[in-house]
Design a protein around this ligand. Structure first.
Ligand SMILES: Cc1cc2nc3c(=O)[nH]c(=O)nc-3n(C[C@H](O)[C@H](O)[C@H](O)COP(=O)(O)OP(=O)(O)OC[C@H]3O[C@@H](n4cnc5c(N)ncnc54)[C@H](O)[C@@H]3O)c2cc1C
Length: 381
């Protein structure tokens, strides 16, 4: 056995290759155009489904690969190389919307919803955040009142990734009293009377992704659309956050890695004061610092992923990984723009987009401050 065994096996490497080919042939040739258009063709979901990329981590009986944390890591590391956080976020919304159904949904729902989403024929979103707040999940206000065989849902959600296009929404609602013990998850389907979707929200980054407000006005949802136990949704949401946080950490580290690679190329080309800018010690040390922090964050992410794969509880560690990785990507993408000078501010440079797209990573899926709250609690504070 080698002293430093790889976290990745041959199957993971195959997934890496397939994803890389998909990025090179199906995304990169169009990515600049899609970013400017703030959208991408819906067919991309189907193409990703046909390539087997949407089934990663989902049950085999519904067309997935089965649970495999490092397969998901390998996929994320490669898909981020399309350099559009928006494409990654949209294609990846099933990664947050679908697991609650796969994990806690009734059999009928699983059989009906999971296969078409994994084939890329249907799109799913996760809707937790509300206009009144996203961090304080236990106090969400969208209400679902039982009436016969239905829940009547009233309220609204905001900043929902894939919300404009979604056929299915996994929605957090209040079915019980105040606090976390009154929260449930409901599957709410497009075109359900009383469910409307607002405009595509304009954003700092993630331009190619659609982000929406969702409105529910006396929206009747069959009780059979309940995901998990009534008033037991909070635990499902918190469990679901674990993989999302690891994924965001991997996205951050890979974003930083791409920014570093862009810089390494540029400093060997760009000249100032009659020499390559890579010859200035200030720049060399900056690159050394960037590379060191990326190495540390990648290793932390892999370590947390390994613990997750072994079935360990990683509530504290995954929050640390998300915060560490996003701090690193904040530093690296900022410095990458600096190294590129004026060109770093131009749309034609990749680092400009990486810098904008990166900014959400310490906000979505639990903010930097909320992650620190989680860590502090786990420390017994
Ligand atoms: C592009 C984008 C895509 C998104 N996609 C989705 C999605 O698909 N589904 C979804 O449900 N949500 C989504 N979100 C929402 C995202 O998860 C929330 O924005 C995030 O959780 C923070 O919630 P908030 O914006 O309401 O901020 P708030 O909760 O209002 O927080 C505001 C500030 O106060 C700080 N704060 C809050 N509480 C505390 C505390 N206890 N201690 C210290 N500081 C605190 C926060 O850290 C933050 O800095 C998305 C957001 C964006 C921008």
């Amino acid at each position: 056995m080698p002293i430093f065994p790889s976290y990745f096996n041959e199957t993971h490497e195959q997934v890496r290759q397939t994803t890389r080919r998909f990025v090179e042939t199906e995304i990169l040739p169009h990515v600049a155009e899609w970013e400017e258009a703030c959208t991408f063709p819906r067919e991309l979901y189907q193409k990703a489904g046909e390539a087997g990329l949407l089934g990663i981590g989902f049950p085999e009986e519904y067309g997935g690969t089965g649970k495999d944390v490092f397969m998901a890591v390998a996929f994320t590391e490669e898909i981020v190389r399309c350099t559009s956080g928006g494409v990654v976020a949209s294609l990846g919304s099933l990664g947050i919307g679908l697991p609650p159904i796969a994990e806690w949904g009734p059999a009928e729902m699983k059989a009906r919803v999971i296969p078409p989403v994994l084939r890329g024929e249907k799109i799913i979103a996760l809707a937790i955040t509300e206009p009144s707040g996203g961090s304080d999940v236990a106090n969400l206000k969208t209400r679902a009142v039982r009436d016969g065989d239905d829940y009547v849902v009233n309220g609204s959600k905001t900043y929902i990734t894939s919300g404009v296009r979604a056929d299915y929404c996994t929605v957090a609602v209040r079915t019980g009293g105040d606090g976390y013990g009154g929260v449930s998850l409901l599957l709410i389907e497009k075109d359900t009377p009383g469910f409307t979707v607002g405009r595509n929200l304009k954003k700092m980054g993630w331009w190619a992704s659609d982000t929406a407000e969702l409105f529910f006005a006396d929206c009747r949802v069959p009780v059979t659309n309940l995901i998990g136990p009534e008033n037991g949704g909070f635990l499902c949401i918190m469990t679901n956050f674990q993989m999302e946080r690891l994924t965001l950490a991997v996205i951050a580290t890979t974003t930083a890695q791409i920014a570093l690679e862009e810089c390494l190329r540029y400093v060997g080309e760009r000249e100032a004061f009659g020499r390559k800018i890579g010859g200035f010690q200030v720049i060399r040390h900056k690159l050394a610092e960037m590379a060191t922090r990326i190495e540390a964050s990648r290793e932390l992410n892999y370590r947390v992923a390994a613990k997750m794969a072994a079935g360990e509880t990683v509530v504290k560690e995954v929050s640390m990984a998300k915060n560490f990785s996003t701090q690193v990507s904040d530093f690296v993408t900022y410095e990458a723009v600096q190294i590129f000078g004026g060109m770093g501010y131009m749309r034609e440079s990749v680092v400009e987009r990486l810098y904008r797209d990166n900014r959400i990573l310490s906000i979505g899926g639990g903010t930097y401050e909320i992650m620190n709250e989680v860590i502090a609690k786990q420390l017994g504070l």
